[in-house]
Ligand binder design. Structure first.
Ligand code: PMP
Length: 390
């Protein structure tokens, strides 16, 4: 008889032999720069909690108060019974932080992208998408009935050539603000100029830009001194903000439209008031303490210099510093050797990045010390060379 599990088992075997099999790591402590994994203390250099706000006492205190008052679940989707004053307060806070008329919260950044893109572009429209955009943007494009046109990474000449090949067609240009696996920053002046010239909507994903770039952490627009220029500014609350949820902000028209059209917003139970409270307090902390952002930016400069001085190529203005290893098996080996030395850094492989460009994706936090970053640079140098000769 035909074994119905054969296909899955064969595929899992293939993944294992290609060094592409994935499993989860269980962390036995909160998400800070020092964590416990497998009973061992590790320096964590791979967290997206860039400003170390997950464990901030003021955030926890606010969450406790809201949890006590509102309980655990929200009890409904946003358009039925799942919008509390705590949800509304978060959206007002996001709009204030990003200096926009209005904001809307989705359950995750992923859900924001898969909800927004099909709402904005449908049959007969075009979505122009950077080839290195995040998977959630790719999936949003796939869900949309619009035609998808991929342009070369951050290449505005290629983008313009492709726009010109579709004269008069409506649509959206979408890009990560900070690219999630390379840590580089979108060419915002070029992208916005093309969008405005050709009557297209500009959409930027601020997941790794919020709380990280711009003097006060307001993200890509602040970095370029172009505040208010992007039509659709989306992001996540799960990284520098230290909580959970996705968001989009822009004009009142945009937000009213998405409330009525974005299916991932409409057809899912809203996040709990306690989660919303964590997000609101996280954003307030960023607004009240820009020195956190500045400390993170100082760490980025220090860490790149520490790596360069040990012969490791590292160049980034964001909290994401990729150290390219190449072959998947070797990247896994370096990760393992680093772990043995007390440094936890995730190796990123295909299909998240292109085959043969496996990397250690270093992510910095504002709370990392210079000693930790020097220690990491020494360990990385040793482990890369060990993995090469083994
Ligand atoms: N966009 C980008 C660029 C991301 O890196 C991520 C998270 N990895 C997301 C969207 C999704 O956000 P969330 O984790 O909140 O679903």
């Amino acid at each position: 008889m035909n074994n119905k599990w054969d296909r899955m088992e064969r595929e899992l075997e293939r993944l294992k032999s290609d060094n592409l099999f994935r499993r989860m790591t269980v962390f036995e402590s909160p998400q800070t720069s020092q964590v416990k994994v497998g009973g061992q203390q590790q320096h964590l250099f791979s967290s997206n909690s860039y400003l170390d706000l997950c464990c901030e006492p003021k955030v926890k205190e606010h969450v406790r108060r809201v949890l006590e008052e509102y309980g655990s679940g929200s009890g409904g989707s946003r358009l039925t019974t799942g919008t509390t004053s705590i949800h509304a307060e978060l959206e007002d806070t996001i709009a204030e932080f990003k200096r926009r008329e209005a904001a809307l919260v989705f359950n995750t950044g992923y859900m924001a992208n898969v909800g927004i893109l099909p709402a904005l572009a449908g049959k007969g429209d075009i979505i122009y998408s950077d080839e290195l955009n995040h998977a959630s943007i790719i999936d949003g494009c796939r869900l949309s009935k619009a035609e998808l046109v991929i342009y070369r990474h951050n290449d505005m000449a290629d983008l313009e050539k492709k726009i010109k090949a579709h004269p008069g067609q409506k649509g959206v240009i979408v890009s990560d603000g900070v690219f999630s696996m390379d840590g580089d920053i979108v060419n915002l002046p070029g992208l916005v100029e093309l969008a405005n010239r050709y009557g297209l909507l500009s959409m930027i994903d601020e997941a790794h830009a919020t709380g990280v770039i711009g003097d006060t952490g307001r993200g890509t627009e602040e970095y370029y001194g172009m505040e208010g220029s992007v039509d659709v500014l989306m992001g996540t609350l799960s990284k520098a903000v230290g909580g959970e949820g996705g968001f989009v902000c822009g004009s009142r028209t945009l937000i009213d439209y998405l409330i009525n059209k974005a299916r991932s917003f409409i057809f899912s139970t809203s996040l709990s008031p306690a989660t919303m409270a964590a997000d609101t307090q996280g954003i307030r902390m960023i607004m009240e303490q820009p020195q956190r952002v500045q400390k993170l930016q100082e760490n980025i400069r220090y860490c790149c210099a520490a790596l360069n001085s040990r012969g490791i190529k590292a160049e980034s203005e964001t909290a994401i510093i990729p150290v390219i290893i190449g072959e998947e098996g070797r990247a896994m080996k370096v990760m393992k050797l680093l772990k043995e030395r007390g440094y936890y850094i995730s190796a990123i492989r295909y299909p998240t990045v292109a085959r043969g460009s496996a990397r250690l994706r270093l992510a910095l936090m504002s709370s990392h010390t210079r000693e930790e970053m020097d220690g990491l640079a020494d360990a990385l140098k040793e482990c890369i060379s060990l993995a090469e000769y083994e």
